[in-house]
Design a protein around this ligand. Sequence first.
Ligand SMILES: NC(=O)c1ccc[n+]([C@@H]2O[C@H](COP(=O)([O-])OP(=O)(O)OC[C@H]3O[C@@H](n4cnc5c(N)ncnc54)[C@H](OP(=O)(O)O)[C@@H]3O)[C@@H](O)[C@H]2O)c1
Length: 302
Amino acid sequence: MYVITGATSRTGSVVANYLIEKGQSVRVLGRNAERLTPFADKGADIFVAEPADQAALTEAFTGAKAVYVMLQPNYIATSNDFHVFQDRIMDAIMPALEKAKVKYVVSLSSWGADKPEGTGPVAGLYQLEQRLNRIAGLNVLHIRPGYFMENTLSQVDNILARNTAAGPFSPNIKFPFIATRDVGLAAGEALLKLDFQGKLSRELHGSQDITMVEVSAIIGKVIQHPDLTYVQDSKERTRRDLLGLNFSEHIIQLILEVADAMNAGHIQMLEPRSADNSTPTSYERFVYETLLPLYKQRASNT
Ligand SMILES: NC(=O)c1ccc[n+]([C@@H]2O[C@H](COP(=O)([O-])OP(=O)(O)OC[C@H]3O[C@@H](n4cnc5c(N)ncnc54)[C@H](OP(=O)(O)O)[C@@H]3O)[C@@H](O)[C@H]2O)c1
């Protein structure tokens, strides 16, 4: 049986569905049974657990052939320390994996997880890798994807409110954008094959490196707004906008830190792009399939 933590997440749901479609026995974990029902309808075992509940995780992992491990995000944090939240999840997962004697893990890490600090929320994924690597006898593959295309869905609101794409990123630096579907499929394939031994990481660069100016041009073409441009917001402007979206000061600091780290090249891929670390979904396809429907829906409501 495969156990999928964060099964309702964008990546975890793809992992779970992939393994179910391959005829595998799957247990899906999440905080809410109703949100897990679609997997139960396809034959999966649903298991309700808080991500930091060590006893529940131990029970859920017992008998697992392999586990998909992720750190759930909690950006609109009531607690004002995101890394403490990440630590609590890790403090539960590590002993649970050991007690359940799990032999294989695929973990959702990130580009930049090779750096211990200066990377915002990604520093927690450095810790995740290090702590999984310390578990004796565990075979673990850390998936290190680039920047999620889904992050650019926030451009819909920028375009509707300000008639421009905007954000804290430098306009002309290329980033490896990847669709979460491709991340989930790579993790699912790794779990199905289980052909890794020891402690390994695998970078996923997406289909191409593109700049925010190029991102805006693609969005503009697809939504038929050919003059769409990109504005790099000041930190103060980003801070103000995120406060308006109910993000805590602490999370905003981490978001600004990760943006600085990407702009400065502190977060970067370590390997050159290759056929092996590239994934199929282009940014244009993502915009047609995911951003455009959201844009149409929001535009019709304004
Ligand atoms: N954004 C990027 O560019 C990027 C790049 C590389 C790596 N990553 C990493 O990818 C991970 C996110 O993956 P994803 O996009 O697949 O996740 P996601 O879709 O954002 O995951 C959301 C899931 O987390 C759970 N969750 C949400 N808020 C929570 C809270 N306050 N407490 C506990 N659980 C909560 C929910 O599950 P239930 O409600 O069902 O429990 C929800 O389905 C993070 O670790 C992030 O650091 C992100």
